[in-house]
Design a protein around this ligand. Structure first.
Ligand SMILES: CC(C)(COP(=O)(O)OP(=O)(O)OC[C@H]1O[C@@H](n2cnc3c(N)ncnc32)[C@H](O)[C@@H]1OP(=O)(O)O)[C@@H](O)C(=O)NCCC(=O)NCCS
Length: 171
């Protein structure tokens, strides 16, 4: 098997939109009200917003391919692109997703190694992320890579208040 990671450009907008919607839907629909998920998907993954995110100088999107098939995407932020006020020496993993059929094949490990490598290249001292407390799979995955809970914040999925745990790891 071959695994390739490459940086996304504006040319990838449509593919990025499709994989963003699909992976979010697969991950969260079962544990949420369908109407809340529908609105969230429509608002968050609008082409115009994704295009702005792709153009942001402090955000980077990547695609991962497994045997030349698109398998997932990653979004990392630094400096003012971070979604919380954080240290300028930190890198945020904002989105890290694999399509269901490509999970448990080692690609999560590839993503994590890549994120650590990228953070070091950018001279960052830590990586942080927000993860829904009920996303037990992702919580266990991040703990495996040394992430620890350093805080929490509220997040609204439609009319429902949810808690995201803030996880961080020093490099
Ligand atoms: C989280 C996710 C990226 C993990 O990817 P994956 O393909 O399952 O991970 P891998 O197979 O590469 O596993 C990497 C390591 O993490 C471990 N791991 C993965 N999931 C785990 C879990 N639920 N509990 C404990 N360990 C876990 C694996 O055992 C492996 O370690 P090992 O090599 O020592 O066995 C993937 O499940 C996913 O995309 N989930 C849906 C999206 C999501 O929730 N994203 C996070 C949003 S914050």
């Amino acid at each position: 098997m071959t695994t390739t990671i490459r940086k996304c450009t504006l040319q990838d907008l449509q593919a990025l939109k499709e994989i963003s919607i699909q992976t979010f839907d697969d991950t969260f629909r079962a544990k949420n009200k369908p109407e809340n998920i529908d609105v969230y998907l429509k608002m968050t993954f609008q082409s115009s917003l994704l295009a702005e995110e792709l153009a942001h100088p402090s955000s980077e999107f990547y695609f991962i391919y497994y045997n030349n098939q698109l398998a997932g995407y990653l979004k990392v932020n630094t400096s003012d692109a971070q979604t919380e006020k954080m240290d300028k020496n930190s890198l945020e993993i904002e989105r890290l997703y694999l399509l269901s059929s490509f999970q448990k094949k080692g690609l999560g490990d590839e993503w994590m190694k890549f994120a650590f490598k990228r953070a070091k290249e950018l001279n960052k001292h830590s990586i942080w992320l927000g993860v829904w407390e009920k996303n037990e799979n992702a919580v266990a995955f991040y703990k495996k890579y040394g992430f620890e809970k350093v805080g929490a914040h509220s997040f609204y999925m439609g009319d429902e208040e949810q808690v995201d745990w803030i996880f961080s790891v020093a490099l």
